[in-house]
Design a protein. Structure first.
Length: 262
């Protein structure tokens, strides 16, 4: 697929989406948001893709919304709610509903919607000089792109409130200590390490990983009884997969399993 504002490629079972507006720190405009949605849809429907990797080109991951689009010098300003509803929300929903693991490699600043895009992913690795900031309150806005959902669940209500209202910059090392992200990597090794992780995930039982993700998504709102029932339902589904049969067979034969994602 040919895109203008992102780079999309697939290799060894991994679909890589690179935000590619480095001159504006990969900030989102409507066109780039549309292309990210298209790329995620392609990754979802492509049976050869078993993991997704998202990163940014240049020195930033994503600086959030392109304010030149949100506040044009001429003409009426667009409805910010419409930008969120049509642009960011479908991206977050697709990432969370994608029955494949999504790795995010944060190569520089991740601000506003850019930070919350990262937090919506399953695994977040960051360069040692990367940073995260909930910049919304600095201009009188409310966190979007799932920020008010993910942050309290990642770091607790008190810390999430402080991050959103004070809008302090959080270093990559601080983000690990808070539980916001998984790992910090030296900048030059970030993409290699994130790619290695994504490729490793692409060799795992894809259906089973997708069912784990589905259970984790539901756990945010389910009560205990609902979650126990869901676990039983998903376990029955997992037990009917080819990968489950291969996993058991490999265990009994004392060899490494070869999963095919079915």
């Amino acid at each position: 697929m040919a895109f203008e504002h992102i780079v999309y490629d697939t290799d060894q079972g991994v679909a890589k989406i690179t935000l590619n507006r480095p001159d504006v720190l990969n900030s989102f405009n409507r066109a780039m948001a549309s292309e990210v949605r298209q790329a995620l849809s392609e990754a979802s429907s492509n049976a050869n893709v078993r993991a997704v990797l998202i990163t940014g080109a240049g020195r930033a991951f994503c600086a959030g919304q392109d304010l030149a689009e949100a506040m044009p010098k001429e003409g009426p300003a667009p409805d910010l709610g419409d930008i969120v509803a049509r642009g960011y929300n479908p991206i977050v929903r697709t990432i969370r509903q994608l029955d494949k693991p999504v790795v995010c490699a944060v190569n520089g600043v991740a601000a506003g919607a850019g930070a919350n895009l990262a937090f919506a992913c399953d695994f977040v690795l960051a360069a040692s000089d990367a940073s995260f900031i909930q910049s919304f309150s600095k201009i009188g806005l409310v966190p979007d792109t799932g920020g008010t959902f993910f942050l309290p669940r990642l770091v607790g209500m008190a810390r999430a409130t402080a991050l959103m209202m004070l809008a302090d910059k959080v270093s990559a090392h601080e983000a690990v200590a808070m539980g916001l992200i998984l790992r910090v990597v030296d900048g030059p090794q970030l993409l290699d390490e994130a790619t290695t992780l994504a490729r490793q995930l692409a060799t795992r039982p894809t259906r089973g990983l997708g069912l784990i993700k589905r259970a984790l998504n539901a756990s945010a709102t389910n009560g205990l009884d609902e979650q126990l029932a869901l676990e039983a339902q998903l376990q029955a589904e997992a037990g009917s997969t080819a990968d489950y049969r291969e996993g058991v067979k490999a265990f009994l034969e004392k060899r490494a399993p070869v999963f095919v994602g079915r």
